[in-house]
Ligand binder design. Structure first.
Ligand code: 3PY
Length: 248
C-alpha cells in the first residue's frame, strides 16, 4: 500500500496577513514537489489572503481550529462552512495546545472530527502524551484511548481520508524530538489500533504524521520509517527550511 505523503505546516499564532503573504512568496519555489501533499495550516485571519497567495501552486490551505455549529451566537468562533467557502481543505483538530490551554476534551474533539467530515474538510487529528505519561510508561494506553474516543462514530470510509498526527507533548516547542524509533513505535501502534477498530484496508490507507519539532535535520530519518507518512511542522514551517522538509 503506498500512501501519499503529507507535509503540513502548523503556523500556530504567527504571521499577520501581510507577513503571511510574504512567507507564501518566499516558500513558493522551495515547496514544489508533486509527489507530496503540502498544506499550510494558518491562523483564521490569514486564511483568505493565503488561499489567494497559493493559487496556482501545489499548496493546500488548512485551518487550525473551528467550532462544531454552522452559525449563531458563538462569539469569536469560526465555522466549517465559513472555512469551506474561503477555500480551506484541511483542519487541525485536537492539537495539544487546544487541549491543554483551551480545555478541549475528547468529546468535543470527536464532534469536531465528525463535523469536519460532514462539511467536506479533512481533519488532521492530533494525539500525543505528556512527559509524565511517557516516563510512567502509560503512553500507549493513553494514545489508544484518545484515538478510540476521538473516532467514535466515524466511519471506515472517513478514516481512510483522515490524517492523524502523533505529537508527543514533550517534543512540542521544546526542541526535543522523539527519536525516529520512538515515533515509529507509536505511529505503528496507531495503525494497528485502526486495524482493530476498523479493518486492515482502512489502516493501510489512513495517513499518520509525526509532529513535534520535526525540522530539516531530522525529517529524512523520521520520514524513512514505514508508518510515518508525513509531518506536522511547527516552527520550521515558518522558514525556508520547510522546503527542505517537503523534499526530504
Ligand atoms: C510543533 O512541532 O511544535 C507542533 O506543535 C506541530 O503541530
Amino acid at each position: 500500500m503506498s500512501r501519499r505523503r503529507i507535509i503540513a505546516g502548523n503556523w500556530k499564532m504567527n504571521k499577520t496577513p501581510s507577513e503571511a503573504v510574504a512567507l507564501c512568496a518566499e516558500l513558493k519555489d522551495l515547496v514544489k514537489n508533486d509527489a507530496v501533499d503540502v498544506v499550510y495550516c494558518v491562523p483564521a485571519i490569514d486564511i483568505v489572503p493565503v488561499v489567494e497567495a497559493v493559487k496556482g501552486t501545489n499548496v493546500h490551505v488548512g485551518a487550525e481550529n473551528f467550532y462544531i455549529v454552522d452559525n449563531g451566537a458563538f462569539t469569536g468562533e469560526i465555522s466549517a462552512p465559513m472555512l469551506k467557502d474561503a477555500g480551506v481543505e484541511y483542519v487541525i483538530i485536537g492539537h495539544s495546545e487546544r487541549r491543554d490551554i483551551f480545555g478541549e476534551n475528547d468529546i468535543l474533539i470527536n464532534q469536531k472530527v465528525k463535523k469536519a467530515f460532514a462539511s467536506g474538510l479533512t481533519p488532521i487529528l492530533c494525539c500525543g502524551e505528556s512527559l509524565a505519561l511517557r516516563k510512567a510508561d502509560t503512553y500507549k494506553e493513553w494514545i489508544e484511548r484518545q484515538i478510540t474516543w476521538d473516532l467514535d462514530g466515524v466511519t471506515a470510509d472517513q478514516v481512510k481520508k483522515l490524517v492523524i498526527a502523533y505529537e508527543p507533548i514533550w517534543a512540542i516547542g521544546t526542541g526535543e524530538t522523539a527519536t525516529a524509533d520512538q515515533a515509529e513505535e507509536v505511529c505503528g501502534l496507531i495503525r494497528a489500533l485502526i486495524a482493530k477498530l476498523y479493518d486492515q484496508a482502512t489502516a493501510d490507507e489512513v495517513r499518520i504524521q509525526y509532529g513535534g519539532s520535526m525540522n530539516a535535520g531530522n525529517a529524512a530519518e523520521l520520514l524513512s520509517k514505514p508508518n510515518i507518512d508525513g509531518g506536522l511542522i511547527g516552527g520550521a514551517s515558518l522558514k525556508p527550511d520547510f522546503g527542505k522538509i517537503v523534499n526530504a
